[in-house]
Design a protein around this ligand. Structure first.
Ligand code: ADP
Ligand code: ZN
Ligand code: ZN
Length: 724
């Protein structure tokens, strides 16, 4: 009797190690299997790079089934997951199952579309059905040419039975899948900057290189992507294109489909059924598809012939996963490109400060598209309305109302952008500009009205709300960024004849609702478009003659140090909506802080100037990207429980070795969520590797501590957090 093999298997459970199971034969890494775990059956994935535990056979369970309808998962994917789990301090089994399509997470075999074709061989041709069985004859005739299973089913629904019978009789040759011919439609003639960008990336094909393609909306970035992809495909390689969910519109898919045959393109997004997602994923993995366009999760799609990685709108917040494996798709995309030794191109009009810093450090190369590729549209004029000495009606100033009324009379469409970020209010003095900065760290303190307190979310410091400005004595100290709630009502009352269309989360989460919005806008049925963040994305609403920005001040001095970066990106994006085609557009920002550097840079359309000053601020404050952060969050029904756990962690940490720092416990910015109170510890260091290594070493003790914590306590680690 041969001894059973001990085999390491990853499971989707919150434990950091792999599990050991028994099987009569060795199994390859990446093999999916079904195993018993507790009283459940789970899907597992074999990993021979992990030494199995030397357990007694009696204490080990056998593998129940080998799910081998697909080849084993590729080694490159296992490596990517290993990296992600290590970097994001997450259990590797859970990371692996995050990366897989839902259908592959189940302990069941999957069914896939049959991509092969079938043709009668000599024996099959000889075995001619009798003239009376017309269906059989029909199918037999069709099979004299290669036929896919689907095509054959269209000949007659009984095709499946016929095929089974003839396959069993060895009357049929199975032919491998054949790619449809790759015909690429004519491309536009690139302008000089586009050509330079294309050449720079093309020169790196076959090697790693990271590029930022920095150009405003309409500067022709997508055209550069398309032409690069054409080159990659011509070389027999595949391209991966990661984009924000909201940008994965029919228009974009259409542009790709016009250039490349649709059969070569796979789209992976959240609107797909599990089966569709699986099929697209497998098609990419098996090399059936050459172009993968997808959202965040698509960064894990296996590509055997990867040639190029593109991340469009690389600054977009939706690339960061906010639960489970909290990965950043852009960062993993860069890692993947390096792993596969192919170039990666990050596109944006408003790159993230992380990427700008990488350009400055020489790690990424910046390629600039400085003008609109098409048409003569000029940049809009951006003006400020200083509200300090104006009387506001429900938050609206007279110049703003007059401008809206004027467009209404001219039958031109306006857009009102209401910034609702910065809702955790910071106190500010209306006279001297003092804001409630923390005395103990570089963060700003947040007003907690119920407790009549200011609290620092970063270090946890607290103080009473001052009755007057500590700097100048002015008694008019106000929370910033409030008062946007009534704006819509006020607009409807002040401009009763205007047809106002509000765009909110509901109208963008369903495709049908979104289409309805588009239709109304393009049919000229809307005078004023009203909305929040949603409007800042790259949607084409046609000719807008005026963009009004309200409530943006709250982000200037937010407790969230990323608020200004987001605001600037959004304002530049919404401004880009004004003045398309031949219509010169106007942007009006209503503000209490007209001399703020952010607005001054905005008026000049000066992203570089803004980014430089922001980076400088971050460096002085020691915030990312000048430092790395890891947040340890805990939540529980009572704040004390969450905080008590973090106090124990703090005790466990002891003295941190320099240059590592820990702040907190402090309430999270969104201190209460879904009936739970949230507290957090922030670990920081200018040396990322040292910080991560130290935390990695702490994990076993941290896990042990968490096992002793009360049942209702939940905790998580967030590496490179985007939300604080
Ligand atoms: P972005 O991706 O930067 O928003 P696009 O690639 O979508 O820019 O280009 C904006 C518009 O300009 C599109 O209608 C596109 O067809 C057109 N365009 C892009 N490049 C050129 C070019 N070299 N010549 C003419 N038109 C172009
Ligand atoms: Zn003051
Ligand atoms: Zn503080």
């Amino acid at each position: 009797m041969t001894a059973m093999q001990h085999i390491s298997v990853w499971l989707d459970v919150p434990l950091r190690g792999a599990f050991t199971y028994l099987h009569p034969q060795p199994l390859p890494s990446g093999q999916r299997v079904r195993v018993a775990f507790g009283n459940r059956e789970l899907c597992g994935v074999v990993d021979n790079s992990v030494p199995p535990q030397a357990l007694d056979e009696a204490r080990c369970k056998p593998i129940l089934a080998v799910l081998d309808e697909l080849p084993p998962l590729p080694e490159a994917l296992l490596q990517q997951v290993r990296f992600a789990a290590r970097y994001y301090l997450h259990p590797q089994g859970q990371a692996l199952f995050t990366a897989l399509p839902t259908a592959l997470r189940e302990p069941r075999a999957v069914t896939l579309a049959d991509r092969q074709s079938y043709r009668l061989n000599a024996a099959g041709l000889a075995a001619e059905p009798s003239a009376r069985s017309t269906v059989q004859r029909q199918l037999w005739q069709a099979l004299q040419q290669p036929q896919s299973r689907d095509a054959l089913r269209r000949v007659h629904p009984q095709a499946t039975a016929f095929l089974r019978q003839r396959l069993a009789a060895a009357h049929i040759d199975i032919l491998p899948w054949q790619a449809s011919p790759l015909q690429v439609a004519a491309a536009l003639t690139l302008n000089d900057e586009q050509q330079a960008a294309l050449d720079a990336v093309a020169a790196k094909l076959g090697r790693f290189g990271a590029f930022l393609l920095h150009g405003i909306t309409g500067s022709g970035k997508t055209e550069v992507y398309l032409q690069l992809i054409a080159r990659v495909l011509a070389a027999g390689q595949q391209a991966l294109v990661i984009i924000p969910e909201i940008n994965l519109t029919p228009q974009l898919i259409e542009r790709f489909a016009q250039r490349f045959p649709a059969s070569h393109i796979v789209c992976l997004h959240s609107g797909l059924s599990d089966g569709e997602r699986l099929q697209g994923w497998v098609d990419a993995w098996q090399g059936v598809a050459d172009i993968v366009i997808g959202t965040r999760l698509a960064v894990f799609t296996p590509l055997p012939r990867a040639g190029l990685v593109i991340v469009d709108e690389e600054h977009d917040g939706s690339f960061k996963q906010q639960d489970g494996l909290r990965y950043h798709a852009r960062d993993l995309a860069v890692w993947r490109a390096n792993q596969a030794q192919v170039p990666v191109l990050l596109g944006s009009a408003t790159p993230s400060l992380e990427t700008v810093a990488n350009v400055e450090a020489g790690r990424y190369r910046r390629l600039v598209l400085s003008a609109r590729a098409h048409g003569s549209a000029r940049l809009p004029r951006i003006g400020l309305v200083d509200t300090r000495r104006l009387k506001l009606v429900d938050g609206l100033s007279e110049p703003v109302i007059a401008a809206l009324r004027q467009r209404l009379e001219r039958r031109e469409m306006s857009l009102v952008f209401i910034n609702r970020r910065g809702y955790s209010p910071v106190l500010a003095c209306t006279a001297c500009g003092w804001t409630s900065a923390c005395k103990h760290c570089s963060a700003r303190m947040v007003l907690h009205l119920s407790a009549r307190q200011l609290r620092c979310h970063h270090c946890g410091a607290q103080q009473r709300v001052p009755l007057q400005c500590p700097a100048c004595g002015n008694p008019d100290v106000q929370p910033l960024g409030e008062g946007t709630q009534r704006l819509e009502e006020a607009l409807r009352r002040l401009l009763p004849e205007a047809r106002i269309l509000r765009i909110d989360r509901d109208s963008t989460s369903h495709k049908a609702a979104w289409d309805a919005v588009y239709q109304r806008v393009h049919a000229g049925e809307v005078d004023i478009l009203l909305g929040t963040q949603m409007l800042a994305k790259g949607h084409d609403f046609g000719a807008l003659s005026l963009v009004v920005v309200l409530g943006s001040d709250g982000a200037l001095y937010s407790a969230d140090y990323r608020a200004s970066e987001r605001l600037f990106a959004q304002l530049l994006q919404v401004s880009g909506r004004a003045g398309r085609a031949e219509l010169a557009g106007d942007v009006i920002v209503q503000t209490n802080w007209p001399e703020h550097p952010l607005y001054l840079a905005l008026m000049q359309h000066d992203f570089d100037g803004f980014a430089a000053s922001q980076l400088q601020e971050r460096r002085e404050a020691g915030f990312p990207p000048a430092a790395s952060q890891v947040i340890l969050r805990a939540d529980a029904p009572q704040y004390q429980e969450a905080e008590a756990f973090l106090q124990q962690v703090l005790a466990l940490c002891g003295e941190l070795p320099p240059p590592l720092f820990v702040f907190g416990p402090a309430p999270a910015l969104m201190a209460r969520l879904a009936g739970r109170e949230r507290s957090q510890l922030t670990f920081e260091s200018p040396q990322r590797n040292a910080l991560h290594a130290w935390l990695r070493a702490l994990l076993p003790q941290l896990d042990a501590l968490a096992r002793k914590a009360p049942r209702q306590l939940r905790w998580s680690l967030d590496v490179d957090p985007q939300e604080i």
